[in-house]
Design a protein around this ligand. Structure first.
Ligand SMILES: [Mg+2]
Length: 274
């Protein structure tokens, strides 16, 4: 496969959306040059956004982590798949009573946006919640699994914040993510499938374009994962930039239909093109 580098497509974008883990940092360590890359985006008068599918942490936790790494921080810069879920639910009037499978931090973030997150007992009484939302719950209990299962069977609209099967712990280690939970509920309910709203799905593109105030072709997405970051860029006419600082190797990219035309070792290689 011939990987020519049409880097002008990246340079011409007015907003740059960056994935976090594997792209700007690896676990607790910033990628070399990431801080300079991010400052240059702002100095060049482009818009900067951070995007994460991970819904196990609160917005505040992310912003604090980014700030500690010396990255530019503003609440407006951060988009998570929880934001995509909130946009989706409100725009379809699946609001405000929901059953949320999520950590206490995520429940608190939804409550701040006006949602009422029902407890297990209340969720199964009439009137049933407007939606059941599956997030990355690292405090998952059997009780929550059982409540979620009953609500899916009762045909309550079923939303998942993202579909990643695994979440990176560091470059070589992973832990089960929401995609694995989805498989559990699919098996238990005999085929129940959620509407997924994070990367690479349409609701994520809607959330990004709405926050940026730009159409997808004026936006670049920089990320390290082929089946989320790069698939979303490719299917929605964003300028996808694959960085090899995370989970993807050049050999994996060469095998993948999701690989974009622009592939760089890390975000440092993009600085001169801003
Ligand atoms: Mg990543």
């Amino acid at each position: 496969m011939n990987f020519k580098q049409p880097i002008d497509r990246f340079s011409q974008c007015q907003a740059i959306v960056c994935d976090l883990d594997g792209t700007l940092y690896l676990d607790q360590t910033p990628v070399d040059g990431a801080s300079l890359f991010l400052s240059r985006i702002l100095e060049s008068r482009r818009k900067l956004f951070y995007f994460s599918n991970n819904t196990s942490k609160s917005r505040r936790t992310y912003l604090t982590k980014l700030e500690k790494m010396g990255f530019p921080v503003d609440d407006e810069y951060l988009i998570t798949s929880a934001d995509c879920a909130e946009n989706y639910l409100k725009s379809r009037n699946l609001y405000p009573r929901i059953y949320l499978v999520g950590n206490n931090d995520l429940v608190a973030d939804f409550a701040k946006r006006g949602f009422t997150c029902l407890g297990d007992e209340e969720a199964l009484k009439a009137p049933l919640p407007a939606a059941v939302v599956l997030g990355f719950d690292t405090e998952l209990t059997y009780q929550k699994i059982e409540t979620c299962y009953h609500l899916i069977l009762a045909d309550v609209p079923y939303i998942a914040t993202h579909g990643d099967v695994l979440c990176p712990v560091n470059k070589h280690q992973f832990k089960p993510d929401v995609g694995s939970f989805i498989s559990l509920f699919e098996t238990a309910t005999g085929g129940g499938q959620p509407r997924i709203v994070g990367k690479p799905y349409k609701a994520a593109v809607e959330a990004i374009c709405s926050r940026a105030g730009l159409p997808p072709d004026k936006i670049a997405f920089v990320g390290d994962r082929l089946y989320t970051d790069m698939r979303m860029a490719k299917q929605n006419n964003m300028a996808g930039v694959l960085v090899l600082s995370g989970e993807t190797t050049l050999a994996m990219a060469r095998e993948s239909p999701d690989a974009p035309p622009i592939i760089v070792n890390s975000v440092t290689d993009l600085i001169e093109h801003l």
